[in-house]
Design a protein around this ligand. Sequence first.
Ligand SMILES: *[C@@H]1O[C@H](CO)[C@@H](O)[C@H](O)[C@H]1NC(C)=O
Ligand SMILES: *[C@@H]1O[C@H](CO)[C@@H](O)[C@H](O)[C@H]1NC(C)=O
Ligand SMILES: *[C@@H]1O[C@H](CO)[C@@H](O)[C@H](O)[C@H]1NC(C)=O
Length: 499
Amino acid sequence: MAEHLLQASRQRQVKAMTAAAGSAGQAAVPLLLCALLAPGSAYVLDDSDGLGREFDGIGAVSGGGATSRLLVNYPEPYRSQILDYLFKPNFGASLHILKVEIGGDGQTTDGTEPSHMHYALDENYFRGYEWWLMKEAKKRNPNITLMGLPWSFPGWLGKGFNWPYVNLQLTAYYVVSWIVGAKHYHDLDIDYIGIWNERAFDINYIKVLRRMLNYQGLQQVKIIASDNLWEPISASMLLDSELLRVIDVIGAHYPGTRTVKDARLTEKKLWSSEDFSTLNSDVGAGCWGRILNQNYINGYMTATIAWNLVASYYEQLPYGRCGLMTAQEPWSGHYVVEAPIWISAHTTQFTQPGWYYLKTVGHLEKGGSYVALTDGLGNLTIIVETMSHKHSMCIRPLLPYFNVSRQFATFILKGSFSEIPELQVWYTKLGKPSERFLFKQLDSLWLLDSGGSFTLELQEDELFTLTTLTAGSKGSYLLPPKSQPFPCVYKDDFNVGPI
Ligand SMILES: *[C@@H]1O[C@H](CO)[C@@H](O)[C@H](O)[C@H]1NC(C)=O
Ligand SMILES: *[C@@H]1O[C@H](CO)[C@@H](O)[C@H](O)[C@H]1NC(C)=O
Ligand SMILES: *[C@@H]1O[C@H](CO)[C@@H](O)[C@H](O)[C@H]1NC(C)=O
């Protein structure tokens, strides 16, 4: 009997969905239904027992190193279009966080970014393109969180050695000058400052940095440490109450969605402060979709930051095309809005830093996961992912095997959410072109007749966002120019624009 009802309902729904699918409508769209009697497992979303951790956002790294270099030279209107796909709210990736390299005159993966102090007594806050990029991001989203992190330091700080901890005051002065310069010359407020990318930290340096920030009136600038592993920074914090006090966020790189006990014991915010780093194909998109949910579910991480923002360096360099989108041809204007942009949108367009995760988040019975977040004002955003093992491997770490298979998942809204009448539905399916959808809006779901519950039919490699927010949109521009090889004749005087 229930089976029969389900079938009838399915045909109706699929018809409605296919009609709505327009030109891409040849592929089957998913089954959504409101039902009390549905097969499969049930998951309760409830805030009556309080909320989980505060959400801090989804972001990306520019630099580390020189990853945005070619973007600067793009002709308009393409350069602005790319920036819109990255930062404009309710348009594309709509990122909440931009983390930039503090150039240190050293080669830091795909190139070198210039320091604001090449030598002692040198000061210049107009070198490189990160200032320009931060201003472009801020123009589009005034609320974007800005972070700075050194990857390398100019040699004079280490008195000839590659070591920033020779003179702690001097290194703190160097870093604080960058923050003061950002405000003074560019009116940019830096929100978070890091220590040294994937290198050693020095406990006394972190304390000196905090003191110097306060001395400069920069109490609001928070410290994140140590942009490497969870340990040993977490253990050091548990043994040193001053260190525990001065560090605001523990940031780990490529955590594989997991954290460690010491990090949790600090009761600090935990971030995946560098992650992804995977070719931006559908497998990279699968990686990104899986970790955006599971970094919180498995590891309590409340922000995830992709390396890198936009693949704007030659593809033959290390980690070619490991950005959320690709813009590596300033001579032609060609760029590609890759799938990770739309995966980001599933979370970023329907949440904001300052929202809270519900406590009721977790794994689905036949593989995949769900999170739910609220603004505390009655809005609810649910993100469900079913990325398969084969199609969601990140470049690191090794991903233990898991199985994802077709399933029905029923979600039951309780607490403040039990009366929600309608949810907007956004859908992605990665894989074969004939079955592929990227961030497509489906018909909304009406919940009034179903007592606040609904059922999704889930296949592998899908992403659903169900939300009370109505402002989401899939931004688009006319197709950019076609890809072209590097021109035989190319002129540059190396003095134009933000370089
Ligand atoms: C910025 O944040 C404020 C306060 O949360 C909000 O009212 C405003 O809409 C946000 N602006 C944008 C562009 O997101
Ligand atoms: C949800 O968010 C919108 C837009 O920010 C806001 O106007 C509204 O008051 C919020 N609450 C509910 C219950 O919709
Ligand atoms: C994955 O799960 C499906 C359905 O439960 C099952 O048929 C299949 O054999 C499983 N695959 C593996 C490799 O375990």
